[in-house]
Design a protein around this ligand. Structure first.
Ligand SMILES: [Zn+2]
Ligand SMILES: [Zn+2]
Length: 236
C-alpha cells in the first residue's frame, strides 16, 4: 500500500453482521474499522477516551457505542431514577413472560412428538444393536475386573433401592405387553426378557414394579444408564 493511495470513500449500502475477519485490519480497504484509533470521542460528554472506556455494540460501524461507559451508566441510572419501579416491573414481567413462553413451547413439542421420538429411539437402538453388543462383548473380555466391580456396585444399589417387585408382578407385566421387548418389539422365545429400570438405579430410580419395563437383553444393554421410557404413556 502506498501513501499516495487514499482509501476509497466510505461505501454505503447494507453491511452484513461483523464476522471475526472484519475485526482484522485490512490495509487500504474501507473495512468497518479503518479509522480505528486507540481513542474515541464520546458523543455525550465530548471527552476523548480510550476505546476500552466504551461498551461494545457489534452492529455499529466501529463496534462500540457512541457514548462512553460512564455516560451510559449515568443515563441508565437516570432512567431508573425517573421511572423507578415501573422499569423494574416491566423488566421482570418481560423475563417471566419469555420464560413461560419458552417452557410452553418445549412442553407442546414433547407432547406432539412423543410417538415420533419413541419410534426414533427404537429404530436407533435396533439399527445399532449388533455393533454395540459386539463392542460390549469385547470390552468385557478386556476388562474383567471393571465388570466385576460394576456388577458388585449394582447389587449394592439394588439392595439399597426403594421398593421391590415379585416374580408374579414381573410375569403379569410381561404378559400385559404380549411378552415383547418394548424397545425392539421382538417376542419371546426369540428373545429373553429382562426387567429394565426406566429410571436407572444409578440415578436414584426405585426397584418398584412401576419403574420396571420388559426389554430384551440386547436392548437392555444398549440402554445402559439412560432414562428411556418405552412404555406407552409412560406405563400409566
Ligand atoms: Zn461520555
Ligand atoms: Zn429388544
Amino acid at each position: 500500500m502506498t501513501v499516495a493511495d487514499p482509501p476509497p470513500q466510505s461505501v454505503a449500502g447494507p453491511r452484513s453482521e461483523p464476522s471475526g475477519s472484519d475485526y482484522l485490519p485490512q490495509p487500504g480497504a474501507p473495512g468497518p474499522h479503518k479509522d480505528r484509533q486507540p481513542v474515541k470521542r464520546c458523543t455525550k460528554c465530548g471527552i476523548e477516551k480510550p476505546r476500552t472506556e466504551f461498551n461494545k455494540h457489534p452492529k455499529l460501524k466501529d463496534g462500540l457505542r457512541p457514548s462512553c461507559r460512564e455516560c451510559d451508566r449515568r443515563s441508565q441510572r437516570a432512567r431508573y431514577a425517573r421511572k423507578g419501579e415501573e422499569v423494574r416491573t416491566k423488566n421482570r414481567e418481560n423475563y417471566h413472560r419469555n420464560v413461560e413462553a419458552m417452557r410452553e413451547r418445549v412442553r407442546r413439542y414433547v407432547q406432539e412428538n412423543q410417538a415420533a421420538m419413541r419410534a426414533y429411539q427404537m429404530r436407533y437402538h435396533a439399527a445399532n444393536a449388533e455393533r454395540k453388543n459386539a463392542y460390549g462383548r469385547e470390552y468385557r473380555k478386556q476388562n474383567p475386573d471393571l465388570v466385576k466391580a460394576s456388577r458388585h456396585a449394582r447389587r449394592v444399589r439394588e439392595v439399597a433401592a426403594e421398593g421391590t417387585f415379585t416374580a408374579g408382578e414381573w410375569r403379569t407385566l410381561c404378559d400385559s405387553y404380549g411378552r415383547a421387548c418394548l424397545c425392539c418389539g421382538k417376542v419371546e422365545p426369540e428373545i429373553k426378557l429382562s426387567p429394565d429400570h426406566v429410571v436407572p438405579l444409578s440415578r436414584g430410580g426405585s426397584n418398584d414394579i412401576s419403574n420396571i419395563q420388559p426389554l430384551c437383553l440386547s436392548c437392555n444393554n444398549l440402554k445402559r444408564a439412560n432414562t428411556i421410557d418405552f412404555r406407552p404413556q409412560g406405563g400409566k
